[in-house]
Ligand binder design. Sequence first.
Ligand SMILES: Nc1ncnc2c1ncn2[C@@H]1O[C@H](COP(=O)(O)OP(=O)(O)O)[C@@H](O)[C@H]1O
Ligand SMILES: [Mg+2]
Length: 349
Amino acid sequence: MSGTSLDGVDAVLLDAAAAPRVLASLHHPFDEPLRRELLALNAPGDNEIDRCARLGNELARRYAAAVGELLRSSGRQAAEIRAIGCHGQTVRHRPDRGYTLQIGNAALLAELAGIAVVADFRARDIAAGGQGAPLAPAFHATLFRHRSENRAVVNLGGIANVTRLPIEGTVLGFDCGPGNCLLDLWAAKHLGKRYDDNGEWAAGGTLLPALLGRLREEPFFAAPPPKSTGRDLFNQAWLAARLRNEEPRAVQATLLELTARCVADACKGAARVIACGGGTQNVALMRRIAALLEGVPVESSAAHGLDPSLVEAAAFAWLAERSLNSAPGNLAEVTGARGPRVLGAIYPK
Ligand SMILES: Nc1ncnc2c1ncn2[C@@H]1O[C@H](COP(=O)(O)OP(=O)(O)O)[C@@H](O)[C@H]1O
Ligand SMILES: [Mg+2]
């Protein structure tokens, strides 16, 4: 898995039995040149086809290296692994135009790893009229649904998505807005760091109500689900168009409040919130979400048996298993697709 944050590759070895279990994991950060090229490809530019193809090859090599190291560290052989579930790197997400694009050459990955690969999970859902996202809700339901407690799961990645797990009835889920992506780009610009460590810079800033108001006018926030988004919307240009020369630290505090409010609004009514993704490391953000939810426990997924940084990667391993078993991976009520669909393309060993 490599997500919108462009922070790197998360790899897990998953036992995808009835109660999925992570057996081993690792994180390989992206180096700065790769990160910059990926970020650039998220916006229109020159010679995109060639850049996309070459970066797809480079990603396949990075993914293969992560798989190789995971096997070595866990003492496993490639032959013991049924498949690699490879999300790829999103460079465009435009369900409104009927497409989404995750790059990472799956054929090359299968060749390098000597393991079957399941990739391109989102396209089929979009072909069936859905958003192609979020796809983690079925996995969240498998892991975290509770018989007698109405729960919400929030993934604080570059974009934040929320899964609603009612005691009975339909599971809901949607992207609620930016997670870390705006916080990260503002921290990069003003601190020269990839992220605001623990949210400490934001925590010392003054909230700017007028700016928050302008940010929250974005129609995406008020739109009903199904909905999904990405860097196509929440990017440097989106933020710049709403700024009026405010003090940088106060902007960071306000961006944190924006993420916290989007998440809290999406979790209203839940008796417990389970959080995953790198944003769970942002102490100030987690505190603010909990404060807005007044008394509702907001916990890391670690308290429920899975490290928060591994949930998304585990979800795509689990989805790969579903694909290989010809079982649907999407929840049509979540994505808006015409029905359940078997997701992904299989590249045999
Ligand atoms: N110590 C930390 N303090 C604040 N934010 C953090 C910290 N560690 C990780 N993060 C955030 O988590 C992000 C990575 O989260 P991740 O779940 O991998 O997102 P994605 O799925 O979009 O790649 C980083 O870009 C950063 O914003
Ligand atoms: Mg990541």
